[in-house]
Design a protein around this ligand. Structure first.
Ligand SMILES: [Zn+2]
Length: 263
């Protein structure tokens, strides 16, 4: 990916989804990293509370000593001082994700939509890796938020076509994943289906080629990582693999590689 700190628009007379600059803007990337650190601390709390098996109540007690955790963004247990999650990791990953998205889409009216999905994706990936689920409480409320964040630039920039395409793409990707989940039960769950609809919204906003690329990259990433883990004997052929992080990772790569959408 070409790093380019200069700000250039493809077509200043027609700002909108197609008018993203080329490459990365380092100033916006630095801003994304700075926003990402406190955002990661908020996500740490969400990840800690929701990393429980399906149907279980939220986790509220320290995993080391059982003391009830007080403070919504506690990093260490107030009683035994044990860490409540992997130290620093949520902050670092969120900073990296937002640095890339801000660097790519900084200054564009749909930056908030991509940043929202990126930050949500960090929490969903961490929970999926920990307990193999993508909580409805995170995915379902994200639909109206993401649609609203895309509707604002659609209305202000007269990109109704891009919004319609985003909605269609969200439905298409969710239906595609639903078919896969029905055909290959046990490999994909309904949580993946609901997450696919969210990814489809963002990918479709950027264009049909971005949607196809993002969907394909999710499976490519999963295959590459699975083969590497198999070779390293970290998993067996019968191991269940959480797909959410790959779905989100593929979508993010396609978003970063996209040339912008447009109505
Ligand atoms: Zn403790």
């Amino acid at each position: 990916m070409a790093l380019n700190s200069s700000f250039t628009r493809e077509d200043v007379s027609c700002p909108g989804p197609r008018a993203y600059r080329e490459g990365m803007n380092l100033g916006w990337a630095a801003a994304g990293a700075m926003v990402g650190v406190p955002t990661g601390t908020v996500l740490r709390s969400v990840i800690f509370q929701m990393s429980v098996p399906s149907g279980s109540p939220d986790r509220t007690a320290c995993p080391h000593c059982g003391t009830t955790v007080t403070g919504w963004r506690a990093i260490r247990c107030g009683h035994c001082r044990g860490h409540l999650a992997v130290p620093v990791l949520p902050e670092l990953v969120t900073a990296a994700v937002l640095a890339l998205l801000f660097g790519r889409f900084g200054g564009a009216p749909d930056l908030l939509a991509f940043g929202f999905l990126g930050a949500l994706g960090v929490a969903l990936s961490a929970i999926d890796i920990a307990v193999h689920r993508l909580p409805d409480r995170l995915t379902l409320p994200a639909y109206p938020v993401l649609v609203a964040l895309l509707a604002v630039p659609a209305v202000t920039g007269h990109h109704g076509g891009a919004l319609a395409r985003a909605l269609l793409a969200g439905v298409a990707l969710a239906v595609g994943y639903l078919l896969l989940a029905v055909l290959r039960p046990g490999q994909l769950g309904l949580g993946d289906v609901k997450l696919a609809g969210l990814a489809g919204l963002a990918l479709g906003w950027l264009g049909w080629p971005t949607l196809v690329l993002g969907a394909a990259l999710g499976f490519v990433l999963c295959a590459v990582v699975s083969l590497a883990l198999l070779a390293a004997r970290r998993i067996s052929l019968h191991s269940a693999i959480c797909f959410g992080p790959f779905l989100l990772g593929g979508a993010m790569l396609a978003m970063l590689a996209s040339g912008g959408g447009g109505g």
